[in-house]
Design a protein around this ligand. Structure first.
Ligand code: FAS
Ligand code: PHB
Length: 397
């Protein structure tokens, strides 16, 4: 290995080339603030990860506002609301009627493609396949990130480091224990998720409570369905044959009720996703700012993970622009508090949707869950509350 370290200098060193990192670099560049993005995996790996599927109203607005909405407009699918189902019942919650905001079905893989294309077109420096990424001098105004890139030691210095490196990156641990607070809740169940080459059997998402367990029918396009079902933690994915998956989904989603039928098809991807809530505060320490999964994780039941990462960046970008260009630290000083208001709101909503819809062995819990569902069926105010949280509050609320 060539031991001579090369040093790059920029305004903001961004760790992580997922949605948070690339969107941050995009918003900063629009105001003339430069960044270098440091990523541990390959571009192909990052682009291939199958993750979120729903974009909140505010996320779509922000992407459109920054020139990232064209393909979304053509290939995305705007949804007015969702269905909630339980045995012999199904209700539609129309977000547009209730609160005037919709959501869009547009996979995270597509958002990632759009971000990569926009950053490449702008000549953004992204260092992929970096190893031994370390953060330095975070309590100074000249922090740095070092790494091994293409076999060589590299040091990137900036005014700020943005930790957008997800739940397994180094940034969250770079906040000293003495100032760091964390909250974590691990749920006693997981999701088995599938992608299937079959047209969705529903026009909008179905979230279903069933005594056998939760199920959800989502989609990626008019010909690709995305479905999930609750399984015990630690379930090996090969324990579930394709037939067993489709039978359980049909049972739990209400196949045959009111003439509705679930159409199965070839399964092209299967995975088991454990569920937890995690929040770390503060989201800023000295010259380090955390955004996205590096600071928080939500169970996917509320469709918040990706949208929360976007909202963090929507608050962080103006703060860093002021700090770098005008040396005005007011927004930067307020960033952690401002971002955490939404983080806790989305953490609660994701916990509420998860605990309302996933069955446990406790019959008392089942009665509480069914009571909540019946209340939503009968209360417009209840449905409006769910709509407001699912379609998303304005960024920076
Ligand atoms: P990301 O994890 O997307 O990106 C972080 C990046 O940092 C990655 O590219 C990683 O390789 C990189 N990195 C890590 N360590 C590094 C290091 N040492 N040096 C440099 N780079 C490093 N959300 C939903 O809303 N709905 C869903 O259905 C849903 N499903 C999910 C399924 C899975 C398996 C997972 C893991 C998450 C899911 N999420 C879902 C949440 C997900 O979409 C995240 O919220 C979203 O990716 C957050 O984006 P980022 O904060 O950019 O983090
Ligand atoms: C998805 O389409 O992957 C999806 C949709 C809604 C959720 C979670 C995942 O709440």
């Amino acid at each position: 290995m060539n031991s001579i370290e090369s040093t790059l200098r920029t305004d903001v060193v961004i760790i992580g080339a997922g949605p948070a990192g690339l969107l941050l670099s995009h918003l900063l560049a629009a105001q003339g603030v430069e960044s270098v993005v440091v990523e541990s995996r390959s571009a192909e790996y990052v682009a291939s990860r199958i993750r979120a599927g729903i974009l909140e109203h505010s996320t779509v607005d922000l992407l459109r506002e920054h020139g990232l909405g064209e393909r979304l407009e053509h290939e995305g699918d705007e949804h007015r609301g969702i269905y909630l189902a339980w045995p012999e019942e199904k209700i539609h919650i129309d977000f547009v009627d209730l609160i005037g905001r919709s959501v869009w079905v547009y996979g995270q893989t597509e958002v990632q493609k759009d971000l990569v294309a926009a950053r490449s077109a702008a000549g953004q420096e992204v260092l992929y396949e970096c190893a031994d990424v370390e953060l330095h001098d975070l309590e100074s105004e000249r922090p740095a990130v070092t790494m091994i890139h293409e076999g060589r030691p590299v040091r990137v210095e900036g005014r700020v480091v943005a930790g957008c490196d997800g739940s397994f990156g180094p940034s969250r641990a770079a906040v000293p224990d003495a100032v760091r607070h964390t909250w974590e809740k691990v749920y006693p169940y997981s999701w088995l998720g599938i992608l299937a080459d079959v047209a969705p059997s529903t026009d909008e998402l179905i979230y279903a409570w069933h005594p056998d367990g939760f199920a959800m029918h989502s989609m990626r396009s008019a010909s690709v369905s995305r479905l999930y079902l609750q399984v015990p933690n630690g379930t090996p994915v090969d324990e579930w044959s394709d037939d067993r998956i489709w039978d359980a989904l049909a049972q739990r989603l209400g196949h045959g009720h009111d003439g509705w039928e679930l159409t199965p098809g070839p399964i092209t991807d299967k995975s088991v996703l454990p569920m937890r809530s995690y929040v770390q505060t503060p989201m800023r320490h000295g010259s380090l700012f955390l955004a996205g999964d590096s600071a928080h994780i939500v169970p996917p039941t509320g469709a918040k993970g990706l949208n929360l990462a976007v909202a963090d960046v929507g608050v962080l970008a103006p703060a860093l622009i002021d700090l770098v260009k005008s040396k005005d630290s007011r927004l930067a000083d307020a960033y952690s508090g401002d971002a955490l208001r939404r983080v806790w709101r989305c953490t609660h909503f994701s916990w509420w949707m998860t605990t309302m819809l996933h069955t446990s062995d406790d019959p008392f819990d089942s009665q509480l869950q069914l009571s909540q569902l019946r209340w939503l069926a009968s209360s417009e105010a209840g449905r409006a509350g769910l709509a407001e949280n699912y379609a998303g509050l304005p960024i920076g609320f």
